[in-house]
Design a binder for this molecule. Structure first.
Ligand code: GLC
Length: 492
């Protein structure tokens, strides 16, 4: 059997460039697939911090000019081997030589239009790799399956490519005016229809990915079902129902080597599922001290590590925040985001310095100390395609309290007081008081039922959140596509 060649196409790849879960997934999945026998490589834009940091490790493969509407633009292609993972880069200083991955929305549409066209035009040359399958991620890559049909000859090598489009978050769709997209993409009229890339008269990259890709996946089975309903469908639920035959939900994993309390150099005290009690107690004391919270072992420490945006349920939290801070627990929040949330949290913390702390930064090492030092991890998301933090928290023996949606529902089994089973706590409605009551309930179990709590922590720490199972299922999709491709090859 020949080795299947897969090219991941993404705007974020951890550890080179990430703003959230997308980068983590694209960083963690390829090495696991490689161990399963696939030749997986990645292509991404060359952002400024990458060339600054890895300059001499980058191998220049060549350059060419890319046509985009009335423009003709330079496109350099570079290559790097990062711990055995081959990553290709698309270089264009005007578009990508910036400190941030995302700039302003309108410019981003143009930047990622260029990126998508550059990826396809670079495949035969200067890239030294011709994949069988393109694995695309989120709206920044959603036009690629359509571009393949629009720009390449039916018998060309590129038209044999199969595509998988993975939705990490349906909310962000890449939408812009028709004239501008027709120009940036040089799209013939026949694609600019409601059956094609338009939704309500406007081009939509996310929609295009769903329509034209051979397979569509999203990052948990529950989210795959939810997005077919109007409430979660972000206006695309009818389309997703029509395309349900090619839609699958595959749960994300986490990098269990990287997130491991037994080896993590950033936490105050390392521990395993044997000695977690002492280990976590030391981590908790250290975190309380670091955050200036009252040093009290018996107070449940509830944390959030999150982007401060509506999706993450911050309005629910703010609605019951004063009630939550009744002195029976401590709350610590780490993350950055929208100003109104930052302000509200900062002000409440200022009024309650002994029991509430807020760190408005994005700091990976501090996040690990939160995961290790906390008792409970709060994630009251309105929707959550998968969510990685609840899995990381469990790996560190911190019990999640989540709303039953998307991947949170698929990974957190609520505590059952009769059987003692479960690895966390959950509530079902978008209702601030449900959040309040379940959090208090969890704190009660922690304080008054030590054995039940220990069983919860043991269960949480034992869960298998590695990528192996999902990688195998992605592998099956690749095989399916490769088989289809083989059937279509003309006989020789
Ligand atoms: C997005 C989603 C998150 C998911 C991540 C990786 O950030 O909001 O739920 O875990 O992508 O797929």
């Amino acid at each position: 059997m020949t080795v299947k060649k897969i090219l991941f196409v993404s705007s974020e790849v951890s550890p080179l460039a990430r703003t959230g879960g997308l980068g983590d997934v694209v960083g963690a999945l390829p090495p696991v697939l490689r161990r399963q026998g696939y030749d997986v490589r990645i292509i991404m834009p060359l952002y400024k911090p990458i060339s600054a940091r890895y300059g001499s490790d980058l191998q220049f493969l060549g350059w060419h000019m890319i046509r985009m509407g009335w423009r003709t633009l330079y496109c350099g292609v570079l290559k790097m081997d990062l711990d055995g993972q081959i990553i290709y880069f698309i270089d264009n200083e005007y578009y990508f030589n910036h400190d941030q991955i995302y700039l302003d929305y309108s410019f981003d549409i143009e930047r990622f239009s260029f990126f998508q066209r550059a990826v396809l035009d670079s495949l035969e040359k200067p890239l030294d790799f011709m994949p069988d399958i393109l694995h695309l991620h989120d709206w920044q890559t959603g036009m690629i399956p359509c571009l393949l049909q629009a720009h390449y000859h039916p018998y060309s090598r590129l038209r044999q490519l199969r595509t998988i489009f993975t939705i990490h978050n349906l909310k962000y769709q890449g939408i812009h005016g028709k004239e501008r997209i027709a120009d940036l993409m040089d799209l013939p009229e026949r694609f600019l229809t409601e059956d094609g890339v338009l939704r309500d008269g406007v081009p939509n990259f996310m929609k295009a990915g769903i329509v034209y890709a051979d397979q569509v996946t999203t990052v948990s089975p529950t989210y795959a079902a939810e997005i077919r309903q109007e409430y979660y469908g972000e206006g695309l639920h009818d389309l997703l129902n029509r395309q349900a035959h090619k839609l699958t939900g595959l749960i994300n994993g986490i990098d269990t080597k990287n997130y491991n309390p037994a080896t993590d150099p950033d936490i105050a005290c390392r521990y395993t599922n044997e000695n977690w009690k002492e280990g976590k107690a030391a981590c908790k004391a250290a975190l309380q001290a670091e955050l200036g919270l009252r040093q009290q072992a018996s107070l449940p420490l509830v944390v959030m590590v999150t982007r401060l945006v509506e999706q993450k349920g911050l309005d629910l939290l703010l609605h019951v925040l004063e009630e939550l801070l009744d002195g029976s627990l401590q709350l610590a929040i780490l993350g950055t985001g929208e100003v109104q949330y930052e302000q509200a949290l900062r002000e409440t913390a200022k009024r309650n310095p002994e029991i509430m702390a807020v760190s408005l930064t994005f700091d990976d090492a501090l996040a690990r100390r939160f995961y290790a030092g906390a008792d409970l991890f709060l994630m009251p998301s309105l929707f959550e395609p998968c969510g990685l933090s609840q899995m990381i928290a469990m790996r560190y023996g911190t019990i999640p309290v989540v709303r039953e949606t998307g991947g949170l529902k698929d990974t957190v089994q609520p505590y059952n007081q009769y059987t003692g089973s479960g690895n966390g706590f959950s509530f079902s409605n978008v209702n601030a008081h449900e959040l309040l009551f379940i959090t208090r309930y969890a704190c009660d179990i922690l304080r008054h039922m030590p054995e039940a709590w220990q069983a919860l922590v043991r269960q949480a720490m034992q869960e298998d959140f590695s990528w192996n199972r999902s990688a195998t299922r992605y592998g099956r999709l690749y095989e399916l596509l490769a088989a289809e491709q083989a059937e279509e090859q003309p006989c020789t």
